[in-house]
Design a protein around this ligand. Sequence first.
Ligand code: ADP
Length: 467
Amino acid sequence: MFRKILIANRGEVALRIVRACKEMGVASVAVFSEADRDSLHARMADEAICIGPASSALSYLSMPNIISAALVTGAEAVHPGYGFLAENAAFARACADSGLTFIGPSPDAIERMGDKAVARQTMMAAGVPCVPGSDGVVETSDDALTFAREVGFPVLIKASAGGGGKGMRVATDEKELHANFTAAKTEAAAAFGNDEVYIEKYLARPRHVEMQVLADTHGNAVYLYERDCSVQRRHQKLIEEAPSPALTPELRAEMGAAAMKAVHAVDYVNAGTVEFLLDTDGRFYFMEMNTRVQVEHPVTEQVTGVDIIKEQLRIAAGEPMKHARQEDVHLSGHAIEFRINAEDPLHNFRPHPGKIDVFNPPGGFGVRIDSHMYSGYTVPPYYDSLLAKLIVWGETREEALARARRALDEFIVVGIPTTIPFHQYVVEEEHFQRAEVYTDFVERYATTEDITSFVTGVPVSEKEADE
Ligand code: ADP
């Protein structure tokens, strides 16, 4: 095992990794920007080193600064967390060139799965069903039209380098296709420095179901079952649960086998997630693979008992993983994660950084909080708005829901608005309670009007009548 590792990230995920290191007897080095001096991840790590100003381009995304920090502190390996440099093949290579172990897959696997158009081709060749669409990158809007006619409208124009729901545009007809093709390319170029796009059929009311995988350098590979992440707003996840209420044991085994094909297709090593869309007829399609640990990994940990971060460290250190055989991985109970963001759900989820006067998270049996918050902390405006993840576990989905309701009611954040009222509304919502949840859930059943009415106690219909 490593003696010391550097964590190239901030916030709750950096803290999550510090905690795993402490339990494993591995020394941890945190990095922080000037805006994160008071951050808990920097305080809890064994050592902390400033890597630049607030702007992430000059700190958390600066490869030379991070690698220098690792070298001067004598770290042997680098854990990238999620976001920032986690899926950057050049960073993984730069680590290797500096004699540092990158805690993640090979640069080659990152590259092949990171380009979504290439990943689609790889998966099609491996015999995994993909959403119908173009074979690879589409160069012109005329070519896009050919594919759109083949698969039928509506279609989705997606950025090959896309992530976090950015660079995606729906087109319902030919006219929209031409306009949105150019718009998507411009948006992709601005967001990812790469304007390549491809076309997929836009599925009506799918569920987002993803498989967590782990593979080590000893030839062991397992899937830790699925997470259902269908509660999304603008293609960004808000609530995730495991197991998916939509999978039968047969479908779960089939999806697991498809995820294993992805692992073998690129000789994948370490933790990864294979994302699928599941249609209402029970057919599933590969969407993309994330070559890193995900925000929602705790729900899998709660239902399998596998500590994914510790497995990542063991795998990177060349040890066999602890849960090496599929028969060793068991599902127990039901877990749901709620993302508590510094966003105002009554005003279109507007980001709302600022000072947190009181932070009083819930506790008790079956409640887990992953958060870097504390009373008196000021949320800086430079980074993402995730404040805390509330993860509840129950023997059944019903128990998990009852526990969620109780935990959300206990959760006190004073000073800035958060997404807690949104979640309080959702756990009471009848479709969510019945697990009839598709990716259009938020726009259909959890609109700003619904949340406002829930918070104020004024029914939506009365409010409309007043206006
Ligand atoms: P990103 O990498 O930006 O997160 P994904 O490819 O993972 O993008 O897609 C994010 C979300 O967008 C999915 O969870 C789903 O809700 C929606 N989506 C993506 N592709 C399709 C599709 N072909 N049809 C319908 N919805 C889609």
